[in-house]
Write a protein that binds this ligand. Structure first.
Ligand SMILES: C[S@@+](CC[C@H](N)C(=O)[O-])C[C@H]1O[C@@H](n2cnc3c(N)ncnc32)[C@H](O)[C@@H]1O
Length: 500
């Protein structure tokens, strides 16, 4: 862009928008088209030399004048002279005249570039959600926020509200705390994404237009007849397109506003009959609804689709993986379809993010996932050296194995006890007593064990709550050089919790 065509230098540092201050005049080349020449033919010949600016008409038929750009056109010889001569246009048709440029001739980026501090980062990007523009301004731009809001409202079609993210700390429901910097305090939006319609209150739910491609990618992985468990469904950008594609969906979100919007959006897209919505904590949802529904699907021979689980809560979802391995223990049904888990996480650091993401998943599952891993994909960059990643792996449900274990538990317990007593008592040379105790142990009911575990668990829980439970820590991974991971301990622990 030629400096003369930019807003005047005097607007730099302006914090209150003064639209008149953008007016200036500039001398530019024009071609005056003779009466005898066809204006359209002349315009076609000049197509690549036209001065193109916001709301500026370079071809004025009333004046038979074509305004040209001063950078490529400095003299007659810069134009395609021969074709022009054939049209009856000679050298004296090229003239330099002043034109007036004003606020309306500049796009928002040129205006902001002219106003905001030259030596610091300007407004890099913003999101548009229906009629709302959502900004995330750096601190040095905060004194200019009202001006930025006004410029964007003026320049971006259908924008009625401009907000700025006011707190970088994310809350549970992942909706942004925002400051209204221009326009109406109206946060109810109606939008379309990937062919689906959504309605929601942007100030109360999570919505990120930058995830549109990711939503589409997941939808593309699903087939008609598949089953999707959408654990942190938000207002439905995985759920709705999946259901529209012919999948059955069981969706959940903890935020009551997201849940309401989710239900409304299922209605809006006419998929209510194939989507079940829940408003629960994901851990509860996994342990109760998902478990129940999954067992029913596995028992239903007519169900032959694939099973997918989406877990899009990158800051926390991996932690919830811990609830999967023992989820179906106690059930003797065959795990004939292995669910595919699409779990999102943040990976931070200067190195390759894929191993970091894999490690996070492994930490919470307590096993190496290499054999079950389908792919690890970069989703988007969220901060310097921090990426959102998607890990797609087969679920780690181990129900058949667990079922057998539980079925055999009384026998195993008795056998174990017998051995322990045999060894300890043998040392004392009292084998008769050993047999007696072992026989008694055989009779111990598993239910009694469960009750004891329950009681212990309750006491433990009370102690933990009293201490204000710290964030759960990931399960330690077995040493890398071990060939088989030590999952037995984890299974035992999970069993204990499962018995709750
Ligand atoms: C990052 S958003 C993803 C929403 C949606 N899947 C999308 O792609 O736009 C995470 C969602 O998880 C919900 N959420 C947060 N904690 C949760 C929990 N413990 N259980 C269930 N949902 C939760 C939030 O309300 C939010 O809607």
């Amino acid at each position: 862009m030629c400096a003369d065509l930019l807003p005047p230098a005097t607007v730099r540092g302006m914090t209150e928008l003064d639209r008149d201050a953008f007016t200036r005049t500039v001398r530019v080349p024009h071609l005056i088209v003779p009466e005898a020449t066809n204006l359209n033919s002349a315009a076609r010949a000049m197509k690549q030399y036209l001065l193109k600016m916001e709301r500026y008409k370079p071809i004025r038929s009333e004046e038979r004048k074509i305004t040209l750009h001063p950078i490529p056109v400095k003299q007659w010889e810069d134009l395609p002279v021969e074709p022009l001569k054939e049209l009856g246009i000679e050298k004296d048709c090229l003239v330099w005249e002043e034109i007036k440029l004003s606020y309306e001739n500049y796009k928002y980026d040129l205006i902001l570039k002219a106003v905001l501090p030259e030596d610091q980062e300007g407004l890099s990007a913003f999101s548009k959600i229906g009629h709302i523009i959502h900004l995330n301004l750096k601190n040095h731009l905060l004194p200019y926020r009202r001006l930025i809001g006004k410029v964007l409202m003026d320049k971006i079609a259908d924008c009625r509200t401009v907000v700025n993210k006011s707190n970088s700390i994310q809350n549970t429901y992942r909706n942004f705390e925002m400051e209204l910097i221009c326009g109406e305090p109206d946060y109810e939006v109606s939008i379309k994404e990937n062919g689906c319609a959504y309605k929601f209150d942007f100030s109360r739910v999570y919505w990120n237009p930058r995830l549109s491609t990711e939503h589409q990618k997941i939808t593309d992985m699903l087939q008609q007849g598949d089953l999707l468990y959408d654990l942190y469904a938000g207002v439905g950008p995985f759920t709705v397109p999946a259901a529209k594609k012919g999948c059955t969906v069981v969706a959940n979100d903890l935020n009551p506003d997201s849940y309401s919007a989710l239900v409304i959006n299922c209605g809006l897209n006419k998929v209510m009959r194939t989507v079940k919505c829940y408003n629960k904590d994901a851990v509860d949802f996994i342990k109760v609804e998902l478990r129940k529904d999954l067992l029913a699907k596995l028992a239903d021979a007519k169900f032959q689709g694939n099973i997918h689980i989406t877990m899009n809560l990158p800051a926390m979802a991996v932690e919830h993986l811990v609830h999967f391995p023992g989820l179906l223990s106690g059930e003797s049904i065959e795990l004939r379809i292995k669910p595919l888990v699409h779990v999102y996480c943040f990976a931070q650091g200067a190195d390759d993010k894929k191993p970091i993401a894999q490690q996070k998943v492994e930490q919470w599952l307590g096993v190496e996932v290499t054999a079950m891993l389908k792919e690890i994909t970069f989703v988007r960059n969220v901060a310097p050296n921090k990426d959102m990643m998607r890990v797609r792996n087969l679920s780690v449900l181990r129900m058949a194995k667990k079922a057998n274990k539980l079925k055999d538990q009384p026998k195993q317990l008795a056998k174990k006890a017998k051995n322990v007593f045999a060894v300890s008592q043998a040392k004392k040379g009292n084998l008769k007593k050993t047999k007696e105790v072992a026989a008694k142990l055989k009779k111990i009911n598993v239910q009694d064990k469960r009750e004891k575990v329950d009681a212990n668990f309750k006491t433990l829980h009370a102690q933990i709550v009293a201490k204000k439970t710290p964030k759960p820590t990931p399960r330690p991974l077995p040493a890398k050089n071990k060939t088989t991971p030590d999952t037995n301990k984890m299974e035992t622990d999970l069993n204990k919790l499962e018995m709750k």
